[in-house]
Design a protein around this ligand. Structure first.
Ligand SMILES: [Mn+2]
Length: 321
Protein backbone atom coordinates (compact mmCIF):
# COMPACT_ATOMS: atom_id res chain seq x y z
CA UNK A 1 0.00 0.00 0.00
CA UNK A 2 1.05 3.61 -0.52
CA UNK A 3 2.69 5.47 2.34
CA UNK A 4 1.97 9.07 3.29
CA UNK A 5 5.53 9.97 2.13
CA UNK A 6 4.81 8.48 -1.29
CA UNK A 7 1.49 10.37 -1.52
CA UNK A 8 3.26 13.63 -0.64
CA UNK A 9 5.85 13.11 -3.37
CA UNK A 10 3.16 12.29 -5.96
CA UNK A 11 1.34 15.53 -5.07
CA UNK A 12 4.59 17.52 -5.04
CA UNK A 13 5.52 16.19 -8.49
CA UNK A 14 2.19 17.11 -10.14
CA UNK A 15 1.21 20.43 -11.69
CA UNK A 16 -2.32 19.50 -12.77
CA UNK A 17 -4.47 17.31 -10.53
CA UNK A 18 -7.98 15.90 -10.93
CA UNK A 19 -9.88 14.69 -7.86
CA UNK A 20 -12.55 12.10 -8.74
CA UNK A 21 -15.63 11.18 -6.63
CA UNK A 22 -17.86 8.15 -7.09
CA UNK A 23 -21.22 8.12 -8.90
CA UNK A 24 -24.27 8.74 -6.69
CA UNK A 25 -21.94 10.92 -4.61
CA UNK A 26 -22.60 11.19 -0.87
CA UNK A 27 -21.44 13.65 1.78
CA UNK A 28 -18.19 11.75 2.30
CA UNK A 29 -17.19 11.59 -1.37
CA UNK A 30 -18.02 15.25 -1.98
CA UNK A 31 -16.79 16.45 1.43
CA UNK A 32 -13.45 14.66 0.99
CA UNK A 33 -13.22 15.72 -2.65
CA UNK A 34 -13.98 19.39 -1.97
CA UNK A 35 -11.60 19.39 1.01
CA UNK A 36 -8.81 17.90 -1.10
CA UNK A 37 -9.37 20.34 -3.98
CA UNK A 38 -9.36 23.40 -1.71
CA UNK A 39 -6.34 22.08 0.18
CA UNK A 40 -4.38 21.57 -3.07
CA UNK A 41 -5.15 25.14 -4.15
CA UNK A 42 -4.02 26.44 -0.73
CA UNK A 43 -0.90 24.28 -1.16
CA UNK A 44 -0.09 26.19 -4.34
CA UNK A 45 -1.38 23.96 -7.13
CA UNK A 46 -2.78 26.09 -9.94
CA UNK A 47 -4.69 23.48 -11.97
CA UNK A 48 -6.94 21.42 -9.69
CA UNK A 49 -10.34 20.07 -10.74
CA UNK A 50 -13.02 18.11 -8.90
CA UNK A 51 -14.85 15.64 -11.13
CA UNK A 52 -18.02 13.64 -10.46
CA UNK A 53 -19.95 11.92 -13.26
CA UNK A 54 -23.28 12.35 -11.44
CA UNK A 55 -25.05 15.49 -10.29
CA UNK A 56 -23.97 16.46 -6.77
CA UNK A 57 -26.80 15.96 -4.32
CA UNK A 58 -28.59 19.07 -3.22
CA UNK A 59 -27.47 19.16 0.41
CA UNK A 60 -23.87 19.74 -0.59
CA UNK A 61 -24.89 23.00 -2.28
CA UNK A 62 -24.40 25.14 0.81
CA UNK A 63 -20.78 23.95 1.07
CA UNK A 64 -19.79 24.52 -2.52
CA UNK A 65 -20.35 26.54 -5.62
CA UNK A 66 -21.92 24.40 -8.31
CA UNK A 67 -19.18 25.28 -10.80
CA UNK A 68 -16.61 23.85 -8.40
CA UNK A 69 -17.75 20.31 -9.20
CA UNK A 70 -17.29 19.37 -12.88
CA UNK A 71 -19.35 16.67 -14.59
CA UNK A 72 -17.04 16.06 -17.55
CA UNK A 73 -14.07 17.40 -19.55
CA UNK A 74 -13.18 17.43 -23.24
CA UNK A 75 -11.83 14.00 -24.17
CA UNK A 76 -8.30 15.24 -24.83
CA UNK A 77 -7.88 16.70 -21.31
CA UNK A 78 -5.03 15.01 -19.42
CA UNK A 79 -3.79 15.51 -15.86
CA UNK A 80 -0.43 14.83 -14.23
CA UNK A 81 -2.15 13.17 -11.29
CA UNK A 82 -5.63 11.71 -10.64
CA UNK A 83 -6.80 11.08 -7.07
CA UNK A 84 -9.92 8.96 -6.51
CA UNK A 85 -11.71 9.59 -3.22
CA UNK A 86 -14.10 7.17 -1.49
CA UNK A 87 -14.12 4.89 -4.58
CA UNK A 88 -14.03 1.13 -4.04
CA UNK A 89 -13.48 0.19 -7.69
CA UNK A 90 -13.01 1.82 -11.10
CA UNK A 91 -16.66 1.25 -12.10
CA UNK A 92 -17.70 3.49 -9.20
CA UNK A 93 -16.03 6.41 -10.98
CA UNK A 94 -18.54 6.15 -13.84
CA UNK A 95 -17.43 7.97 -16.99
CA UNK A 96 -14.77 9.82 -14.95
CA UNK A 97 -12.66 6.64 -14.89
CA UNK A 98 -11.20 7.53 -18.30
CA UNK A 99 -9.56 10.62 -16.78
CA UNK A 100 -8.27 8.49 -13.90
CA UNK A 101 -6.50 6.06 -16.22
CA UNK A 102 -5.39 8.71 -18.69
CA UNK A 103 -3.53 10.68 -16.01
CA UNK A 104 0.24 10.25 -15.81
CA UNK A 105 0.02 9.06 -12.21
CA UNK A 106 -2.89 8.01 -10.02
CA UNK A 107 -4.01 6.79 -6.60
CA UNK A 108 -7.11 6.30 -4.48
CA UNK A 109 -7.85 7.25 -0.85
CA UNK A 110 -10.62 5.07 0.56
CA UNK A 111 -12.09 3.24 3.54
CA UNK A 112 -14.18 0.48 1.89
CA UNK A 113 -13.05 -3.00 2.96
CA UNK A 114 -14.32 -4.16 -0.47
CA UNK A 115 -11.79 -1.91 -2.29
CA UNK A 116 -10.47 -3.54 -5.49
CA UNK A 117 -7.62 -1.20 -6.52
CA UNK A 118 -4.04 -2.51 -6.64
CA UNK A 119 -2.02 -1.89 -3.49
CA UNK A 120 0.51 0.34 -5.27
CA UNK A 121 -2.19 2.87 -6.17
CA UNK A 122 -4.14 2.70 -2.91
CA UNK A 123 -4.22 4.34 0.50
CA UNK A 124 -6.86 2.34 2.38
CA UNK A 125 -7.85 2.44 6.05
CA UNK A 126 -10.74 0.02 6.11
CA UNK A 127 -11.75 0.61 9.72
CA UNK A 128 -12.06 4.40 9.33
CA UNK A 129 -15.48 6.01 9.72
CA UNK A 130 -15.11 7.84 6.44
CA UNK A 131 -12.70 8.79 3.70
CA UNK A 132 -12.75 12.29 5.21
CA UNK A 133 -11.27 10.93 8.45
CA UNK A 134 -8.37 9.42 6.48
CA UNK A 135 -8.10 12.54 4.34
CA UNK A 136 -7.33 14.58 7.47
CA UNK A 137 -4.27 12.38 8.14
CA UNK A 138 -3.17 12.72 4.53
CA UNK A 139 -3.60 16.50 4.37
CA UNK A 140 -2.05 17.19 7.76
CA UNK A 141 0.96 15.08 6.73
CA UNK A 142 1.40 16.86 3.39
CA UNK A 143 1.01 20.40 4.75
CA UNK A 144 -0.87 21.18 7.93
CA UNK A 145 -0.65 24.92 7.21
CA UNK A 146 -2.69 24.44 4.01
CA UNK A 147 -5.73 23.30 6.02
CA UNK A 148 -8.11 26.18 6.68
CA UNK A 149 -11.69 26.56 7.90
CA UNK A 150 -13.11 25.73 4.45
CA UNK A 151 -11.14 22.51 4.23
CA UNK A 152 -12.03 21.62 7.83
CA UNK A 153 -15.77 22.14 7.24
CA UNK A 154 -15.72 19.85 4.19
CA UNK A 155 -13.88 17.15 6.14
CA UNK A 156 -16.32 17.51 9.04
CA UNK A 157 -19.20 17.03 6.57
CA UNK A 158 -17.67 13.80 5.28
CA UNK A 159 -17.11 12.38 8.75
CA UNK A 160 -20.51 13.50 10.03
CA UNK A 161 -22.47 12.01 7.13
CA UNK A 162 -20.58 8.73 6.71
CA UNK A 163 -20.56 7.95 10.43
CA UNK A 164 -24.31 8.59 10.63
CA UNK A 165 -23.57 11.52 12.96
CA UNK A 166 -21.12 9.38 14.98
CA UNK A 167 -23.75 6.62 15.35
CA UNK A 168 -22.22 3.80 13.31
CA UNK A 169 -19.77 1.35 14.85
CA UNK A 170 -17.05 2.65 12.54
CA UNK A 171 -16.85 5.74 14.80
CA UNK A 172 -13.67 5.43 16.87
CA UNK A 173 -11.38 7.37 19.16
CA UNK A 174 -9.47 8.39 16.04
CA UNK A 175 -12.68 9.78 14.53
CA UNK A 176 -13.09 11.97 17.61
CA UNK A 177 -9.42 12.93 17.63
CA UNK A 178 -9.76 14.19 14.07
CA UNK A 179 -13.00 15.99 14.96
CA UNK A 180 -11.30 17.75 17.86
CA UNK A 181 -8.63 19.02 15.43
CA UNK A 182 -11.31 20.22 13.00
CA UNK A 183 -13.07 22.16 15.76
CA UNK A 184 -9.86 24.20 16.16
CA UNK A 185 -10.68 25.82 12.80
CA UNK A 186 -13.87 27.31 14.27
CA UNK A 187 -16.11 25.21 12.02
CA UNK A 188 -19.85 25.80 12.10
CA UNK A 189 -20.66 22.23 13.17
CA UNK A 190 -24.15 23.12 14.33
CA UNK A 191 -25.13 24.50 10.94
CA UNK A 192 -23.60 21.57 9.02
CA UNK A 193 -25.45 19.11 11.27
CA UNK A 194 -28.72 20.94 10.68
CA UNK A 195 -28.16 21.11 6.91
CA UNK A 196 -27.38 17.41 6.55
CA UNK A 197 -29.46 15.69 9.21
CA UNK A 198 -32.36 17.90 10.14
CA UNK A 199 -33.29 20.36 7.42
CA UNK A 200 -36.05 18.99 5.21
CA UNK A 201 -37.76 20.86 2.38
CA UNK A 202 -41.52 20.41 2.49
CA UNK A 203 -41.68 18.44 -0.77
CA UNK A 204 -39.00 16.03 0.46
CA UNK A 205 -40.91 15.63 3.73
CA UNK A 206 -44.00 14.72 1.66
CA UNK A 207 -42.03 12.22 -0.43
CA UNK A 208 -40.67 10.52 2.70
CA UNK A 209 -44.07 10.55 4.42
CA UNK A 210 -45.78 8.76 1.54
CA UNK A 211 -42.98 6.24 0.97
CA UNK A 212 -42.71 5.45 4.69
CA UNK A 213 -46.48 5.06 4.82
CA UNK A 214 -46.21 2.38 2.11
CA UNK A 215 -43.30 0.54 3.76
CA UNK A 216 -43.50 -3.24 3.61
CA UNK A 217 -42.28 -5.44 6.47
CA UNK A 218 -41.14 -8.98 5.71
CA UNK A 219 -39.69 -11.93 7.63
CA UNK A 220 -41.44 -11.22 10.94
CA UNK A 221 -40.73 -7.52 10.42
CA UNK A 222 -36.95 -8.07 10.48
CA UNK A 223 -36.72 -6.70 6.94
CA UNK A 224 -38.30 -3.38 5.96
CA UNK A 225 -38.57 -2.28 2.34
CA UNK A 226 -39.15 1.24 1.04
CA UNK A 227 -40.01 1.79 -2.62
CA UNK A 228 -39.61 5.05 -4.50
CA UNK A 229 -41.40 5.01 -7.85
CA UNK A 230 -41.16 7.66 -10.56
CA UNK A 231 -44.71 8.74 -9.80
CA UNK A 232 -43.72 9.47 -6.18
CA UNK A 233 -41.02 11.83 -7.45
CA UNK A 234 -43.31 13.44 -10.02
CA UNK A 235 -46.24 13.96 -7.66
CA UNK A 236 -44.08 15.46 -4.89
CA UNK A 237 -41.79 17.41 -7.25
CA UNK A 238 -38.66 15.61 -5.99
CA UNK A 239 -35.80 13.62 -7.53
CA UNK A 240 -33.91 10.47 -6.65
CA UNK A 241 -31.39 12.60 -4.74
CA UNK A 242 -34.20 13.36 -2.25
CA UNK A 243 -34.40 9.72 -1.14
CA UNK A 244 -31.31 10.38 1.02
CA UNK A 245 -31.93 9.76 4.73
CA UNK A 246 -35.35 8.15 4.40
CA UNK A 247 -33.96 4.65 4.88
CA UNK A 248 -32.55 5.58 8.29
CA UNK A 249 -36.04 6.38 9.56
CA UNK A 250 -37.33 2.90 8.80
CA UNK A 251 -34.16 1.31 10.14
CA UNK A 252 -34.91 2.93 13.50
CA UNK A 253 -38.05 0.80 13.85
CA UNK A 254 -37.64 -1.62 16.74
CA UNK A 255 -37.14 -5.17 15.46
CA UNK A 256 -36.05 -4.17 11.96
CA UNK A 257 -32.60 -5.66 11.28
CA UNK A 258 -32.26 -4.86 7.57
CA UNK A 259 -33.75 -1.85 5.82
CA UNK A 260 -33.84 -1.70 2.03
CA UNK A 261 -34.70 1.24 -0.20
CA UNK A 262 -35.51 0.58 -3.86
CA UNK A 263 -35.55 3.73 -5.97
CA UNK A 264 -36.59 3.82 -9.62
CA UNK A 265 -33.86 5.67 -11.53
CA UNK A 266 -35.31 4.97 -14.96
CA UNK A 267 -37.64 2.44 -16.52
CA UNK A 268 -36.43 -0.99 -15.31
CA UNK A 269 -33.42 0.54 -13.57
CA UNK A 270 -33.21 0.75 -9.78
CA UNK A 271 -30.84 2.11 -7.16
CA UNK A 272 -30.89 -0.10 -4.08
CA UNK A 273 -29.61 0.84 -0.62
CA UNK A 274 -29.18 -1.52 2.32
CA UNK A 275 -28.79 -0.71 6.03
CA UNK A 276 -28.35 -3.22 8.83
CA UNK A 277 -27.98 -3.38 12.57
CA UNK A 278 -25.19 -5.12 14.50
CA UNK A 279 -23.28 -7.96 12.88
CA UNK A 280 -25.56 -8.42 9.89
CA UNK A 281 -23.43 -7.85 6.78
CA UNK A 282 -25.21 -6.02 3.97
CA UNK A 283 -21.95 -5.25 2.10
CA UNK A 284 -22.30 -8.86 0.95
CA UNK A 285 -25.85 -8.18 -0.33
CA UNK A 286 -24.75 -5.23 -2.47
CA UNK A 287 -21.61 -6.94 -3.73
CA UNK A 288 -23.68 -9.84 -5.07
CA UNK A 289 -25.22 -7.34 -7.50
CA UNK A 290 -21.98 -5.53 -8.39
CA UNK A 291 -22.27 -2.83 -5.74
CA UNK A 292 -20.29 -2.18 -2.60
CA UNK A 293 -20.18 -0.47 0.74
CA UNK A 294 -19.76 -1.37 4.36
CA UNK A 295 -21.07 -4.06 6.69
CA UNK A 296 -23.96 -1.86 7.90
CA UNK A 297 -24.53 0.37 4.86
CA UNK A 298 -24.20 -0.54 1.20
CA UNK A 299 -25.72 0.00 -2.21
CA UNK A 300 -25.98 -1.27 -5.78
CA UNK A 301 -27.87 -0.77 -9.03
CA UNK A 302 -30.18 -3.39 -10.51
CA UNK A 303 -31.98 -3.67 -13.82
CA UNK A 304 -35.26 -5.50 -14.38
CA UNK A 305 -38.89 -5.13 -13.45
CA UNK A 306 -39.73 -3.72 -10.03
CA UNK A 307 -41.07 -7.07 -8.82
CA UNK A 308 -37.91 -8.85 -9.98
CA UNK A 309 -35.70 -6.37 -8.16
CA UNK A 310 -37.89 -6.53 -5.04
CA UNK A 311 -37.66 -10.34 -4.98
CA UNK A 312 -33.91 -10.43 -5.56
CA UNK A 313 -33.03 -7.94 -2.85
CA UNK A 314 -35.44 -9.40 -0.32
CA UNK A 315 -34.08 -12.92 -0.92
CA UNK A 316 -30.46 -11.81 -0.53
CA UNK A 317 -31.37 -9.93 2.66
CA UNK A 318 -33.01 -13.06 4.10
CA UNK A 319 -29.87 -15.04 3.31
CA UNK A 320 -27.68 -12.89 5.59
CA UNK A 321 -30.04 -12.81 8.59
MN1 LIG B 1 -17.36 6.95 2.45
Amino acid sequence: MLTLEKIKSKIDDAKSIVVICHVSPDGDALGSGLALRRFLINYGKADVELLCSDEAYSKIAFLSKREEIKRDFPDEKKFDLAIGVDVANAERMGDARKFYYRAQDRFVVDHHATNEFDAEELYLVSNASSTAEIMYSVLSFVSISSINRDVAECLYTGILTDSGAFYYNSTSSNTHNVLSKLYEYDIDANRIYYEFFKKTPKNVFKLHARVLNNAVFENNSQIAILSFHQKDFIETDTTIADTEGCINKIQDVDGVVIAIAIAEVDKNSYKVSFRSKGDVDVAFCASRFGGGGHKNASGCRLNGSYYDVYDKVTQIAKSVL
